[in-house]
Design a protein around this ligand. Sequence first.
Ligand code: C5P
Length: 235
Amino acid sequence: MNRDVIIALDFPDAATTFDFLDQFREEKPFVKIGMELFYAEGPQMVCGIKARGHKIFLDLKLHDIPHTVECAMRSLASLDVDMVNVHAAGTRAMMEAGLKGLMRPDGSRPLLIAVTQLTSTDETRMREELLIDRPLEEVVASYAANAKAAGLDGVVCSPLEASKVHDICGKDFVTVTPGIRLTGDDKGDQKRVTTPADAGALGSDYIVVGRSITAADDPVAAYRRCVKEFLKEGD
Ligand code: C5P
């Protein structure tokens, strides 16, 4: 099982992103490109970062009819990224179609991860706006089981849910967990945060870290601290 720290490149443009990455001279961190950067700079941004030797999680959270998702995934697979995602709420049929579209002619494909419930959605909003009246934990567990049944590789979830997901879907089912803060850092808009060390102890396979690294005075030192804290639990 691969375990790693993924840096969220939540930047508005290519120049800011490359200035940030230029600070890393010794290591090539696994990075996440989200909608902000991808919609601003397009697929060439992915190619530019890949050419520098980084692994890439392309976080576009696809959610559409199965045929459209299959075709969109075919386009993303050609970008040579390492991880992509869909919303589990799109149904098993949509997830299966996404997986089919990702398969490259040589039989390889990026990891496909499902978003369960966004951490910005709480039980009140689920109940009152989405008419889902089950507990959040139960919904996350059910979406994870659907993703596993559709053949996906894992889910995005909170570190606090990682061990339950592993219990239901097996230890090889990947948990990718945002909501991470180094001790002493500002929580920002995240409601529940976990340190890299605690995420490691709770069984996360990949932690996604944005502002604790990107807004640090010394991002390289902050990245190294995250790696050291996170990976020591798995030794
Ligand atoms: O700066 P911070 O560490 O809070 O950034 C977390 C990253 O993970 C952001 O790119 C955010 O969009 C993403 N994310 C999240 N919660 C989710 C899914 C993705 O924070 N449930």
